[in-house]
Design a protein around this ligand. Structure first.
Ligand SMILES: Cc1ncc(COP(=O)(O)O)c(C=O)c1O
Length: 369
């Protein structure tokens, strides 16, 4: 033991941190349960994988493994700026959008500042704020899991420094409608950084789903997107933020010089050019929705219509028991208890075969419980 009084070494806020609960890895489940076939529908990954163009781009780079990455992500920023019709100065690239969430907290939050976030939502907002000794006010979604814009606005105090809006929201798949977003932006003081986390942007097809990028000139909005979901590049760790160049300037001050590796950069550039892969990935989710929604309806279960690549469904049973039984049958999903919804599970739409396996095993598990 280094010292009897270990807690004296660490910053106080660390005692308040809850460790991130990741989806269980496939290999771990195989090892622990002696299974050979395991499917993971737990981390909202793309079941068809990355574009062939991304894989080829990274293979070509292997001989350059000894060279540091481009710290400015020049090519990737050029490609993103062109696609989004913005300037490269309005972009920051991160080691996943997770990193940008942390950078935002490091750049803008002081001890005692307040952060507003919907609940249930993505746990990294709590993590990043807590590390900076800021406090998070979780504003419950309405009973149908849609946003309560008035409550978010009403929660603002002179101490509020940042507001997270996750849309489509993880784990519910619900979204913030354009009018609601604009109501928030026009009602709150303009010295609150509004982070619109659009990790699932490409899947959203609701008529009134807003594109956050159109607000960056007029409001202190930071839009977050990622290559981990529709582009199938979760292993590479690459995401980006879009904001007014003055905000980007400050976020860059806390960024490590080589935060995005070279393989991630070339894979992301190739992914942006492969529209066919994006369309295929969307189709897989549409097909998955049709199949799972139908099964849930047959089972008499309530699900939340999703704008993302996963669905939140009320199993009416203890989700931990559902999880464990599914795990033993080689299907990994997420329990709702970590989101304060103990009877719900979150299921990522998989390939047709994976979805069929899930439905078969899920039906049997429910019959057993
Ligand atoms: C809402 C939301 N934001 C951000 C992320 C993190 O994405 P990345 O892989 O880019 O760090 C996730 C991942 O699940 C997410 O659900």
């Amino acid at each position: 033991m280094v010292s009897k009084n270990l807690s004296r070494f660490v910053r106080n806020c660390l005692h308040d941190l809850k460790p991130y609960v990741p989806g269980k890895p496939i290999e771990e489940v195989k090892r622990e349960l002696g299974l050979t076939e395991v499917i993971k529908l737990a981390s909202n990954e793309n079941p068809i994988g990355a574009s062939e163009a991304s894989k080829e781009a990274t293979r070509k780079l292997l001989d350059n493994s000894h060279i540091y990455p481009d710290g400015n992500c020049y090519e990737l920023k050029q490609a993103l700026a062109q696609k989004l019709n913005i300037s490269t100065e309005e972009l920051i690239v991160g080691n996943g959008s997770d990193e940008i969430i942390k950078l935002l907290a490091e750049a803008f939050l002081n001890q005692g500042d307040e952060v507003i976030a919907p609940t249930p939502s993505f746990s990294e907002y709590w993590f990043a704020a807590t590390v900076m000794n800021a406090t998070v006010k979780g504003i419950p979604l309405k009973s149908d899991f849609t946003y309560d814009a008035d409550a978010m606005i009403g929660a603002v105090t002179p101490k509020t420094k940042m507001m997270f809006l996750c849309s489509p929201n993880n784990p519910t798949g619900t979204y913030l409608a354009k009018t609601e977003l604009e109501k928030i932006l026009t009602s709150i003081p303009n010295d609150i950084v509004v982070v619109i986390d659009e990790a699932y942007f490409e899947y959203a097809d609701a008529q009134d789903y807003p594109d956050g990028v159109q607000y960056i000139q007029d409001y202190p909005v930071v839009v977050l997107r990622t290559f981990s979901k529709i582009y199938g590049l979760a292993a590479y760790r690459v995401g980006y933020g879009v904001a007014h160049k003055d905000l980007i300037h400050y976020i860059n001050r806390v960024r490590e010089p080589f935060n995005v590796n070279s393989f991630a950069q070339v894979a992301a550039v190739a992914a942006l050019a492969d529209e066919k892969h994006v369309q295929q990935s969307k189709k897989v989710v549409e097909d998955g929705k049709a199949l799972l929604y139908k099964a849930f309806e047959e089972l008499g279960l309530t699900y939340i219509p999703s704008q993302a690549n996963f669905v939140f469904v009320d199993t009416k049973k203890d989700s931990k028991q559902v999880f464990t039984k599914l795990l033993h049958r080689g299907v990994i999903i997420r329990t709702g208890d970590i989101f304060g919804q103990p009877t719900y599970i979150r299921v990522t739409f998989g390939t047709q075969k994976e979805n069929e396996t899930f439905i078969k095993e899920f039906r049997e598990v429910l019959a057993e419980l």
